[in-house]
Design a protein around this ligand. Structure first.
Ligand code: NAP
Length: 278
């Protein structure tokens, strides 16, 4: 599995990781087994959040990584309403308890909120000094939000910006993606596999033809496109073991310039409509 740096932290993470949103609905056994299968397949980046299932998903992830913590690049997120300095410290302790670990590899502000960003970042830095975080980052930040974060902390301190990115929603390519990449901040795309084109659409046909040439599946080609350049990571969520195996193999697939151009033509970026979120 190809790896990319998590910002300028010096830590390399697999380009295809594992999301966990809504996993509390999947049945504990299946979800835990899927996450473990993902680790076996090299998808060591696991993304979760205190919000998911109101803490139940973190508990489930904690169960999945028992005995394998050193293998995992574990990321969680704090809700904006908890992102005061004291609130972040409290929220992080709760996440660590649910995840059954002493540290997080990444801790993100889930989206910009009313608490001053400087307070949130001060708490992230304190947790880093205390050995509870290896790195921190943000999510759903546009360029202006990113400029504020970098003005407070320096670009070298911001590990990633996690944003909505799939073939039919490429708006981040207009501004926030190049802005982050130019500063060495990883762009972690979310919801990359849930929105999938109809096979008979122009884009669907392009994916199928490229997939056939590689002996791959259209979904693998789509994921490979989403991580086609330096600094791009993706975190598909899958509770089915077959989906996990399919997604992991996408991390080995390299597309030619011509293939990238064909996918680009099949899924036009469209005009800038503001930062997309769910
Ligand atoms: P997603 O990963 O795009 O889609 C998940 C859905 O796709 C599930 O129904 C899954 O099915 C299916 N799937 C996955 N791999 C598949 C495959 N190979 N073939 C067919 N179907 C497949 O959606 P997402 O959960 O919205 O986004 C991914 C992750 O990003 C989240 O889980 C979360 O960790 C993160 N996220 C972050 C934010 C944020 O605000 N920061 C927002 C949304 C998501 P099964 O589960 O049945 O396998």
């Amino acid at each position: 599995m190809r790896r990319e740096p998590f910002g300028r932290t010096g830590v390399l993470v697999p380009v295809v990781g594992q999301g966990t949103w809504n996993m509390e609905r999947d049945g504990r056994k299946a979800a835990v087994a899927a996450l473990r299968a993902g680790l076996d397949a090299g998808m060591s980046h696991i993304d979760t959040a205190e919000m998911y299932g109101a803490g139940r998903v973190e508990e489930l992830v904690g169960e999945a990584i028992v005995g394998r913590r050193e293998q995992v690049f574990l990321v969680s997120k704090v809700l904006p309403q908890n992102a005061s300095r004291a609130g972040v410290l409290r929220a992080c302790e709760s996440s660590l308890r649910r995840l059954r670990t002493g540290w997080l590899d990444g801790y993100l502000l889930h989206w910009p909120g009313r608490h001053p960003l400087a307070e949130t970042i001060a708490a992230f830095e304190q947790l880093t000094r205390e050995g509870k975080l290896r790195a921190w980052g943000v999510s759903n930040f546009g360029v202006e939000d990113m400029e504020r974060a970098v003005a407070i902390a320096g670009a070298e301190r911001v590990g990633c910006n996690q944003v909505l990115y799939h073939l039919e929603e490429r708006s981040i390519e207009h501004a926030v993606l190049p802005w982050c990449v130019a500063r060495g901040i990883a762009v972690v795309g979310y919801s990359g596999s849930g929105h999938f084109p109809a096979p008979r659409s122009r884009g669907g046909k392009a994916l199928a033809a490229i997939a056939a040439a590689h002996g791959a599946t259209p979904r693998q080609v789509a994921l490979a496109f989403l991580v086609r350049a330096m600094g791009l990571l993706t975190i598909p969520k899958a509770a089915s073991a077959a989906h996990v195996v399919e997604n992991a193999a996408a991390g080995e697939l390299t597309l030619s310039d011509d293939e990238v151009r064909r996918i680009d033509a099949g899924f036009p970026r469209g005009p800038w409509r503001g930062l997309p979120t769910l």
